[in-house]
Design a protein around this ligand. Sequence first.
Ligand code: PEP
Ligand code: MN
Length: 262
Amino acid sequence: AANRRFHPEDTVVDVGGVKIGQGFFSVIAGPCSIESEAQLTTIAKSVKQSGAAFLRGGAFKPRTSPYSFQGMENDGLKLLLAAKKMTGLPIVTEIMSETQIEDFEDVDVLQVGARNMQNFRLLKELGKTRKPILLKRGLSSTIEEFLMSAEYIMAGGNPNVILCERGIRTFETMVRNTLDISAVPLLKRQSHLPVVIDPSHAAGIAWMVEPLSRAAIAAGADGLMIEVHNNPKEAKCDGAQSLTPESFDALMGQVAARAAFE
Ligand code: PEP
Ligand code: MN
C-alpha cells in the first residue's frame, strides 16, 4: 500500500542501480518530445555531461489538440532506446495505453501522464508488471486521488511507484499550472513513495524552472524532471518551458550545491 501507516520506512525505487528516494536524489532531463536522431543525441549527451541520472523524451504525446504534433511514436521509441545504449542513461517515456506494455519492455521507467492519472485500466495493467512507474498528478486531482491512483498500481503487486507533482490547474493564468509545493510534505507524510517535482510543466516558462527547482529541493523532493531542448525556439512541443543545455548545466550546479547541504 502507498499509505505510510502500513510502511513506515521510505521506499527507494531502484532502476537498474540508479536509486531514487530514501535520500537518493535524481534528476530526469531531456526533451518534451523526441524530434530526430540529431536532436535527441545532442540533448542526451549534454544532460549526461551535466549530471542527469535519467534521460526523458516523449515518443507518444498526449496533446490537447489532435492537430498538434503527436510524437514520433514507435520511431521515437527506437531513437530513445538507441540514446540509452549510447549514453548508458536509463530512460523515462510516457505510455498511453496498456496495449503498449510489451513494446516498452526495454524502457526503464514508464511515465503515466497527468491526463492518464485516472486511466484505471492502464494503472491495473501496470500493477501486474514490476516496472518502475513515474505517476504524474492529474491536472485537477487532489492528493487523495493521486495516492489512490498509486494504490491501483501497488494493489496489483508493483511497489515501484514514483510520484510526480507537475502543477495543478488554478485561477492563475500567468503560469501554465500552479506548482503545489505543499504536495511534497503532504505526499511524504501520507506515503513512503519517492516524490519528484516537474517544474517545467508547472511553470510553463523557462526562467521559472530554476527558482521552482530550488523550492522543490528545500521542501524535500527526491528528484526533479526538467525539459531540455537544444533549440527551444524551434521545439515541436513545450519550447517556452525548455531549458537550453547551458541553462540546464547551470541549474545542475545549483542542485548539486543545495543537495549537498540537505
Ligand atoms: C510530459 O511530461 O511531457 C507531459 C506530457 O507531462 P504532463 O502529463 O504532466 O502534462
Ligand atoms: Mn512537455
